[in-house]
Design a protein around this ligand. Structure first.
Ligand SMILES: N[C@@H](CCC(=O)N[C@@H](CS)C(=O)NCC(=O)O)C(=O)O
Length: 222
């Protein structure tokens, strides 16, 4: 299998966690932001990574979107399962996945790029890195007012998810789409001292799940 990705994308990390959890061998191809559209649009009709190419006869040519990739991988190889056996618990896990994908993953993007352009500029002050950061900030309208909204949203998310520190899994008795999604989409916060200080339990969970999935730890946690 081949995963088309941006190396820094937390949604691509989500797909890698699932591939690693299921121990499915794969390769990655890092696309160049901007030029990625030329490759992706003809393949999927969409413009976002991750996109998974199964590269096998009888399998779909391309699967776009991390949620669809999870669903595909579950049918491709159901063990170890990503979906929970109890229907109510599985629905709860899917709800958490969707909330994390659509709301929280975008909020972490705002906080992360704001940090990298300001307090965290010294992590990579190179002209190229700052140029990429500024392109992303413009693309998503990352300005102080939207960053404030994202920060409030994340504070609420931490309250909602805080029960996780007292139990091994977000839903039910085994690892699910919810744990993998939270680990990937909140991982960019590991670089930001304020979050590491306030929510040490979150980063303990992120580290454990990365170890289970055989995925390299995100920056700030290694
Ligand atoms: N809902 C999508 C979100 C993926 C996403 O936002 N990808 C970003 C990178 S983190 C992207 O490809 N952006 C480029 C673009 O929008 O053209 C998923 O879960 O896969």
């Amino acid at each position: 299998m081949l995963l088309l990705q941006f190396s820094t994308s937390h949604y691509c990390r989500k797909a890698r966690l699932a591939l690693g959890f299921k121990k499915i061998p794969y390769q990655v191809k890092n696309l160049t932001p901007g030029l990625h559209v030329l490759k992706l649009r003809p393949l999927t009709g969409l413009t976002k990574v991750p996109v998974l190419l199964p590269q096998k006869v009888g399998e779909p040519r391309a699967i776009a979107d991390s949620t669809r990739i999870f669903q595909y991988l579950e049918t491709y190889q159901n063990y170890p399962p990503l979906m929970l056996p109890n229907v109510n618990e599985q629905n709860q896990a899917l709800l958490l996945e969707d909330w994390l994908d659509e709301s929280i993953g975008t909020a972490t993007r705002f906080i992360y790029y704001h940090f990298r352009a300001g307090e965290g500029k010294s992590i990579d002050p190179s002209l190229f890195s700052q140029m990429v950061i500024n392109i992303v900030r413009n693309q998503y309208n990352i300005i102080p007012a939207t960053v404030k909204l994202a920060s409030e949203r994340l504070k609420n998310a931490m309250n909602v998810l805080s029960y996780w520190q007292y139990q091994p899994y977000l839903v039910g008795n085994c690892l699910s789409v919810a744990d993998l999604t939270a680990s990937a989409l909140l991982s960019p916060l590991g670089l930001i001292p304020e979050y590491r200080q306030n929510y040490p339990w979150l980063f303990e969970k992120i580290i454990i799940i990365h170890e289970i999935c055989g995925e390299k730890l995100p920056a700030g946690l290694n």
